[in-house]
Design a protein. Structure first.
Length: 339
């Protein structure tokens, strides 16, 4: 088998690895490694699992470098604990559950999704409500989605808050903030700016709980709204951010969102959207191009775009001085002003 053929086989069998790691997280296998190495027999008792089947899983996890093995004992390396133990600050179990519950069934219908140029929610779940209505019907699913997105956003937020001077603004509104990680990071660094979030009603109670738990309940205002129907706060914000949301919607809806934001903003206000655009010649990058397929099967027309398409949409919506702001980290900032 030549190298390219081998790579193709690896891609095709990639789901073996996906399901091995999501099953291990689902079964909470790693949690018993917090204090000490485990034999398969001890672990099987603690997890109430059949030892022979569990051993197959452990051997696979060793082969994938998630566990080490010495003699009869399996060991979880220290460096993995933060994201594999369910009380670790970077726990990836949120993502695992979201994959198992939503993404894997939706992606099973990818070829039909491409043929029909349509989402596969009906085929996968018999459910034709919007992506967010379906996702937000259950509090555990809200938590899974928002928690892993909050972790994904962390490197972007570090780059944004270190490079951008938020103190030049009086009031900052983060639309579709999710778990609120960006306003929290801004609150920690810029003491004087007023902060607010506008989120869908179904995401609000989870968000309020998270902000309250961390002591930001008073510092960050939470307003229910919908940027597509134009239900936006009455107060004027001189800085508005929309993170990783344009790509959740089709071209026409993206234009409605941008026009609604433009209309709601005061003269002199600045709007920033953070996205992970396609390369200018639409050759990738790989993650964004796969995310675009993910949007196809899950959302109503959500799609990834390249930078010049985002810039054109901003201009068509009425924004001036439209430009890209490069910051460290995974996202690109698209900036426009209302003059
Ligand atoms: C993919 S998440 C992005 C979260 C976060 N802003 C980030 O950058 O990682 C999209 C967020 O937008 C919110 N959202 C989706 N449609 C919305 C709408 N029409 N109006 C307001 N918020 C919306 C969702 O509830 C979700 O929290």
């Amino acid at each position: 088998m030549n190298k390219t053929m081998q790579q193709t086989v690896d891609h095709m069998m990639g789901f073996f690895k996906t399901k091995t790691i999501t099953a291990a997280l689902d079964l909470k296998v790693f949690d018993h490694f917090n204090d000490q190495p485990q034999t398969v027999e001890d672990l099987a008792t603690k997890c109430s699992l059949p030892p022979v089947a569990l051993d197959r899983l452990l051997i696979a996890l060793v082969s994938m470098d998630y566990l080490n093995k010495e003699g009869r004992e399996y060991i979880l390396p220290q460096a993995h604990k933060d994201f594999l133990l369910s009380d670790g600050s970077q726990w990836l179990g949120w993502l695992g559950r979201h994959i198992d519950t939503f993404l894997y069934p939706l992606w099973s219908n990818l070829s039909t999704g491409i043929k029909q140029d349509n989402h596969q929610r009906e085929a996968a779940f018999g459910d034709d409500r919007s992506w967010f209505d379906m996702l937000y019907q259950n509090l555990d699913d809200v938590a899974d989605f928002q928690e892993f997105l909050g972790k994904f956003a962390q490197p972007f937020i570090e780059g944004f808050t270190s490079e951008y001077d938020f103190s030049q603004h009086k009031r900052f509104l983060d639309i579709g903030s999710g778990i609120g990680t960006l306003p929290i990071a801004v609150a920690n660094k810029f003491k004087d700016i007023e902060l607010a979030i506008c989120e869908l009603p179904q995401a609000r109670s989870f968000l309020l709980d998270k902000l309250g738990e961390q002591g930001y309940g008073k510092r960050i205002d939470v307003i229910e709204g919908n940027v597509i129907t134009g239900e936006l706060p009455d107060i004027e914000y001189d800085l508005v951010h929309l993170g990783w949301m344009l790509h959740d919607y089709g071209h026409e809806t993206q234009m409605i969102i941008l026009r609604n934001i433009f209309q709601a903003m005061p003269i002199g206000g600045r709007f920033i959207a953070s996205e992970t655009p396609l390369n200018d010649d639409n050759t990738g990058p790989e993650f964004t191009s796969l995310l675009s397929l993910n949007m196809l099967v899950s959302t109503d027309g959500g799609i990834e775009s390249n930078s010049s398409t985002y810039i054109k949409r901003f201009k068509d919506a009425g924004f001036s001085n439209v430009r890209i702001l490069d910051i460290p980290g995974p996202r690109t900032l698209f900036v426009g002003e209302k003059i």
